[in-house]
Design a binder for this molecule. Structure first.
Ligand SMILES: [Zn+2]
Ligand SMILES: [Zn+2]
Length: 366
């Protein structure tokens, strides 16, 4: 058979971009889809021809060869067009999956179906997030009924072929020009009807079960950290692979520590005299208490950094830092003696406080 020009087949200009090519192919694939044209040989040929054109034009390398050398140029690429519709469905899964109301691939009834992924939200304490923990979680999930092996039929009984769709699981409705296939409402696509329900699962073919999964939380997880447990999701059907379990971490706030990434923050109140004269104070950190030397003349709001006393790094080695922010507390209740001392201090300050000196000068200028 004389091969037609691929651009002509898809009815796109020679400089069409990927999106145009995809769109043109979708249109043709819909039009000539075997589900819509049962037994129509011409439609089948058109369907294959469009797929071959798309296979070449969507691929830059093949398209380049085709542009230069035509069909001849593709001979050494191992590409020989499509023999049957099944190959087409498996090559362009993404295209057929999008078809609205149109199963792309005619669905095999016992095809393996992968299990669904599951999500589990877990709240843990600040300290457990910092240093990791081991725990067990209970995951409610659906599993194939062990009594009826998922058929939903009472063991020993045979399901009937669905009389509504003749066992196909779908029915084709003609709506003017279009024919649209929909899932059979009677058997819900199964093609068979259960006459006597399995007692264990009530005919659903699945039973709810709670599965216990042990979980090791690594040190350093934070709010929103996501742990993936491969294969711990819902079981697959017909030997399909199981889904994954995603554990999403939420960390409870701590009454004393705050956290930003791997660093820990806390606020420590000190007195006026400690700030002015300097002091050595105990700072609580995540693991133990640390001595911190407050130098003479420390200002309120100043932060000190204790290196490597923060949160262990989830990715990488070592720990973040612990930052101590100093709050200088103003005394609210003074003894007589203290008040006397403060007054004396105040008098001497008139002369020495740098702020006053500077500001005084500024005021004088005006
Ligand atoms: Zn059952
Ligand atoms: Zn049916």
């Amino acid at each position: 058979m004389q091969e037609r020009d691929y651009y002509e087949v898809l009815n796109v200009p020679r400089n069409a971009d990927e999106e145009q090519i995809k769109k043109a192919y979708r249109k043709l694939a819909m039009q000539y889809h075997p589900d819509r044209n049962p037994g129509d040989k011409t439609a089948e040929e058109n369907f294959k021809e469009a797929a071959s054109a798309y296979e070449v034009l969507k691929n830059q390398e093949k398209r380049g060869l085709y542009d230069k050398f035509g069909h001849e140029g593709l001979k050494n690429t191992g590409f020989g067009g499509f023999g049957n519709s099944g190959d087409i469905f498996s090559s362009f899964d993404d295209i057929f999956e999008d078809f609205f109301g149109f199963g792309g691939r005619p669905r095999a009834r016992n095809a393996a179906k992968p299990g669904a992924d599951l999500r589990y939200d877990l709240t843990i304490s600040f300290m457990d997030a910092a240093f990791g923990m081991e725990t067990e979680i209970s995951i409610p999930m659906h599993e194939t009924c062990h009594v009826c092996a998922g058929s939903g039929a009472k063991p020993g009984t045979n399901p009937l072929i669905c009389p509504h769709c003749g066992g196909k699981g779908k029915i084709i409705n003609s709506q003017g020009f279009f024919s649209v296939s929909t899932t059979c409402p009677r058997c819900r696509g199964a093609g068979t009807i259960v006459t006597e329900h399995c007692r264990e699962c009530g005919g659903k073919g699945k039973i709810k079960r709670v599965r216990t999964v042990s979980l090791k939380i690594p040190p350093g997880v934070d709010n929103g950290s996501r742990l993936r447990l491969q294969g711990e999701g819902e079981r697959g059907e017909n030997n399909g692979a199981p889904g994954d379990l995603y554990v999403i971490i939420e960390v409870e706030p701590h009454e004393f520590f705050q956290r930003k990434n791997d660093d820990v923050f806390c606020q420590i109140p000190i007195s006026f005299s400690q700030a002015a004269l300097g002091a050595k104070i105990d700072i609580p950190t995540l693991k133990e208490s640390e001595k911190l030397i407050i130098p003479k003349g420390t200002q309120g709001g100043h932060s000190f950094r204790l290196k490597g006393k923060g949160i262990p790094r989830l990715q990488g080695y070592g720990r973040g830092d612990h930052l101590v922010r100093i709050i200088v507390e103003t005394p609210t209740k003074l003894t007589n003696k203290q008040e006397k001392l403060f007054r004396e201090l105040a008098e001497s300050e008139q002369e020495t406080t740098s702020f006053f000196k500077k500001e005084k000068r500024k005021f004088m200028k005006r």
